[in-house]
Structure formats: structure tokens, C-alpha cells
Design a protein around this ligand. Structure first.
Ligand code: GLC
Length: 517
């Protein structure tokens, strides 16, 4: 399983209120205890930090807020010493406007990097070249006086898009990948992988159907900027760089409809190993919807592709807020028993819910630029809570975002002391998944879900494991026939006992039953 870490919110070693790499190093024991296989770390590169560090001013260094390259090497060595792999964010689509490449590119129309970014002339009336909109609201084109031209930015105007049509840009970005691989990273999560190519005719995006009530950027159908065929070719080139080395992997943020996810794996030429799948987060929470969501995803990916399931992330609302503490346990059992690599976000193992952010603490540009649509991502980005002390043991200073009201009840030390806690459930599930090869590698075999119970089997070799998850707060009858050995209940109060179906599941209970092996 992958464990996503936001370095700024994980652990602060120097009291500036922001997490850093030495702080992360000091908490690697938690990852070992939990049993994670791999960490995905979001940007720690030099950055003006207008978009959580996704506005990078130097791709091959560490921001002083987080430490130094030597701190990075130490953290990586410590992970590897414990058999934990590390992937980091690769942000190919844009740089910060403070990147030296951009400073050069905007300095004139004839400098050597003049076409490293996407520049275009104004319309006759002086307006932007077309109607393309930034994801963060407003026109995606920003006027630049020195060049007398507009530049394009998919996201903030402080995040100009690189021009991937330019082979020199692609070569420079390939060198960024090689730089980190040679330092020892095991792979990358490709940021905004779907928007690398834009229509070279600069055609206007059409209006999106049924867009009333949606935030302005979603009122256009981004056909000429998202998911272009050429972007797939660029992903193949990125993959080819990864494949120059042994055993490195590429995950990627692909967004969009589930039906498109298959393309990101590639056809004749491979693209991403794991296009990230957010379907569980977007699904309605009932047994019938969930089994539909699961099938729709498995149907959408190529036959030999490996699957993945994401249940949290820095751009997504904490799901514990939607499900509540009891069904959050069922979700943990679901995510760790489906076929495919689970991705968790630090704090999910504590059942962290969205934290209320007072107006004067709002950090996310989304909330500032597209207010009123509930798009603020700060509530899921708040610091980890290590114990019940002031600021949850995260920092001795003023935390960069508030920790939330429930720190005393929901922190690592407290939940570790309670063997029935969600934290322990995670650990036990990870352990079981590793021990039972049918759970790690076996085929997914759907069963007919009835009476609010989501049911499926995992089948590998001679082994057959049944998973039954009660998705409601009342007891429900689970209709399987036969006998088996109950390996684990999500309540963590019964295990390793013989059971027979049909059986009654208690409210919010999930069970894992070994039928054969
Ligand atoms: C990705 C990141 C998101 C960021 C955006 C622009 O979507 O996950 O946090 O705002 O890229 O860099």
C-alpha cells in the first residue's frame, strides 16, 4: 500500500510551524509500525508556495523550509533501510513564474528559451487568444508587457505552462527524472498528466452541458486542453525515461471519467503503471452503488493492467467526514481487500475528518479565486496529530494550518493504545493482506450484493477468501452458504474462529472469511 505524505503537514523539527524532511525522518517508525510498502511524497522543491509547492522554481533541489538535499538523502536511505519505497511528485506541466526558465522566456521574443512556455498574440481587440479558462478561475491567459504577448496557465497565473511541443523542454524534464532516479527514488506520481498537450489551433472550448450551478472553470468542456492524444505520446516518452532504469514506477493524476482511465496505461507503448483511481471517493455509499463502481472500474482498465484504489489525498475531501467513524472502518476493509494497490493519505488511518478553517487561515488559492463552491482544500491538508499534547506533537510553534478540535481523541498515541481502534484495524488489515496471497494477488470475483451487504471473493490458486461488508448502521443478513474461518472482523473483537453462512453481520461490520485454502 501507498501512504501519501504532505511534508508540510507531517512533522515539524524546527518549530517554524511547517513540517520538514528531518521531521519526516523522525516519524518513519510510524510507517514501519503500520506496515506501509511505499510512500508518495508531494512537492518539497524550492517554491514560492502559492499552490502547496506545485509551483516549482527549481526541480532539482529542496526548499529550505523542508531542509536540504542531504536531508532528502537521509530520509530516503532510512526508508530503504526499512524496505519502504519512495515515489515523489513530478510536475511536468508547469513551473513557478519564479523559475529561471520563465524569467528567461519572458525576457524577449528571441531569447534561447523564448518558446519554452506557451506564448500567443492578443486578439485584434487586445483580448486573450481564446476562451480557455484556468482551473482556478478566470482566463487562462496572462498578459506580459515585456513580450507584448499572453502566456498560458492551466492553474494559477504564477504557474505558467511549459510548452511540451518543444523537444528541448521534454529533454530538460527527462533530465529532472534522471536526477531523482539517480538519487535513488523508486518512481514518480505525475502531476496533472492529462493536461500536458493543448490544441495547437487554439480552438475555443465549447460550453459544458448542464453546467448551471457549477464553478466557472467547469462551465466549459475542456476538450482542447485536457486529455489530448498528444499528451499520451508525452506520457510514453516519460515512461521510456523511467524504463532506462530497473524497477521504477509511474503513478499519475489523470482525473476525468472512469471510462478514460484505460488510455493512461497505454496500448502498444506503455504509459503509466498506475493511473490513480478515485472512484471509491466519488461513489454513493451503498452496496449496490459500490458494486457498480467497482465493476465499472475493473471493466475500464486493460486486461493485464494492475489496479489501484485511492481513498484520500490532498485534493479530495476527507472521506471520514462523509462516512462517519463506523463506515470509515468498513471503507478501510474494502480498500485493503480489493484487487489493486491502495493509496491512503496520512491521517486517514486516524479517521481524520475535514478540519474547519477560519477565514483568516485560508491558504488554498482555490478558495480565494473560486469562492463559494466548497472547493477549499485546506480542510484535508491539516497537520498530522502524533499525540494529545499542544498542537498534537506536530510542532512546537504555530502550525501553518489549524489541527482541528478533535486532536485529543484522534491522534496516533491515543489510537495506538487502543487495540480496537481504526489505527489498529489498518495495521491488522495490512498485515493480513500481506500474509494471504489471495488478498494481495488473487482475482476479484463479484458476488450478488443483497440486503445492504457488499460481497465479493478474492481467489488465488487454491485459496478463496470471502469479504462481506455491511454498509448500514443496522444488523443485516449475509446470505453466503457454507462454512469458513473468520480471519478478521472490522470491529476487531473476533477473529480466527469457525463461522457458517448464512450469518448475521452486526451494524457497520465487515468480515473476511477464508473459505478454502
Ligand atoms: C495537481 C495537484 C494540485 C495542484 C494542481 C496544480 O492537480 O494535485 O494540488 O493544485 O496540480 O499544480
Amino acid at each position: 500500500m501507498f501512504y501519501q505524505v504532505l511534508p508540510i503537514s507531517f512533522a515539524d523539527s524546527n518549530g517554524d510551524g511547517k513540517g520538514d524532511l528531518p521531521g519526516f525522518l523522525g516519524r518513519i517508525d510510524h510507517l514501519r509500525w503500520l506496515g506501509v510498502d511505499a510512500v508518495w511524497m508531494t512537492p518539497f522543491y524550492p517554491s514560492p508556495f502559492r499552490d502547496l509547492g506545485y509551483d516549482i522554481s527549481d526541480f532539482c533541489n529542496v526548499d529550505p523550509v523542508f531542509g536540504t538535499l542531504a536531508d532528502f538523502d537521509r530520509a530516503l536511505d532510512a526508508l530503504h533501510a526499512h524496505g519502504i519505497k519512495l515515489i515523489i511528485d513530478f510536475v511536468p506541466n508547469h513551473t513557478s513564474n519564479e523559475h529561471a526558465w520563465f524569467a528567461e522566456s519572458r525576457s524577449s521574443r528571441s531569447n534561447p528559451k523564448h518558446d519554452w512556455y506557451i506564448w500567443a498574440d492578443a486578439e485584434a481587440d487586445g483580448g486573450p487568444p481564446n476562451n480557455w479558462m484556468s482551473r482556478f478561475g478566470g482566463s487562462a491567459w496572462q498578459w506580459d508587457d515585456t513580450r507584448g504577448q499572453y502566456y498560458y496557465h492551466s492553474f494559477l497565473l504564477e504557474q505558467p505552462d511549459l510548452n511540451w511541443r518543444n523537444p528541448a523542454v521534454r529533454a530538460a524534464m527527462a533530465d529532472v527524472l534522471r536526477f531523482w532516479i539517480r538519487r535513488g527514488v523508486d518512481g514518480f506520481r505525475v502531476d496533472a498528466a492529462a493536461v500536458l498537450a493543448k490544441d495547437d489551433l487554439l480552438r475555443d472550448d465549447p460550453p459544458a452541458p448542464d453546467s448551471s450551478g457549477k464553478p466557472p472553470p467547469q462551465r466549459l468542456n475542456h476538450v482542447f486542453t485536457d486529455d489530448r492524444p498528444q499528451a499520451m505520446i508525452y506520457l510514453e516518452e516519460i515512461r521510456a525515461v523511467i524504463d532506462e532504469f530497473d524497477n521504477r514506477m509511474l503513478a499519475g493524476e489523470v482525473q476525468g471519467k472512469i471510462g478514460r482511465i484505460g488510455h493512461f496505461y497505454g496500448n502498444a507503448r506503455p504509459r503509466l503503471h498506475l493511473p490513480l483511481n478515485f472512484a471509491l471517493l466519488d461513489s454513493a455509499w451503498d452496496a449496490l452503488s459500490l458494486q457498480g463502481t467497482i465493476d465499472a472500474y475493473y471493466n475500464a482498465i486493460p486486461d493485464k493492467a494492475w489496479s489501484d484504489w485511492t481513498i484520500g489525498g490532498h485534493d479530495k475531501k476527507r472521506i471520514a467526514g462523509k462516512l462517519g467513524p463506523f463506515q470509515t472502518r468498513v471503507l478501510a476493509m474494502l480498500a485493503l481487500t480489493l484487487r489493486g494497490t491502495p493509496f491512503f493519505f496520512a491521517g486517514d488511518e486516524l479517521g481524520m475528518e475535514p478540519v474547519l478553517i477560519p477565514d483568516d487561515k485560508v491558504n488554498d488559492p482555490f478558495e480565494r479565486l473560486v469562492p463559494g463552491y466548497g472547493l477549499n482544500r485546506d480542510p484535508e491538508r491539516t497537520p498530522m496529530r502524533w499525540d494529545g499534547s499542544a498542537n498534537g506533537g506536530f510542532t512546537s510553534g504555530e502550525p501553518w494550518l489549524p489541527l482541528g478540535e478533535d486532536v485529543a481523541e484522534r491522534n496516533v498515541a491515543r489510537l495506538m493504545a487502543d487495540p480496537h481502534s481504526l489505527l489498529w484495524l489498518y495495521r491488522r488489515l495490512i498485515e493480513l493482506r500481506r500474509r494471504e496471497s489471495a488478498l494481495s494477488w488473487g482475482a476479484y470475483q463479484p458476488l450478488r450484493s443483497r440486503h445492504d451487504i457488499l460481497m465479493y471473493k478474492r481467489v488465488g490458486g487454491e485459496c478463496e477468501i470471502l469479504v462481506a461488508l455491511n454498509t448500514v448502521h443496522q444488523p443485516r443478513k449475509c446470505t453466503w452458504q457454507g462454512a469458513g474461518r473468520l480471519l478478521l472482523s472490522s470491529w476487531l473483537d473476533r477473529e480466527e474462529c469457525e463461522v457458517e453462512g448464512p450469518m448475521l453481520l452486526r451494524p457497520d461490520e465487515g468480515v473476511i472469511i477464508k473459505l478454502r485454502c
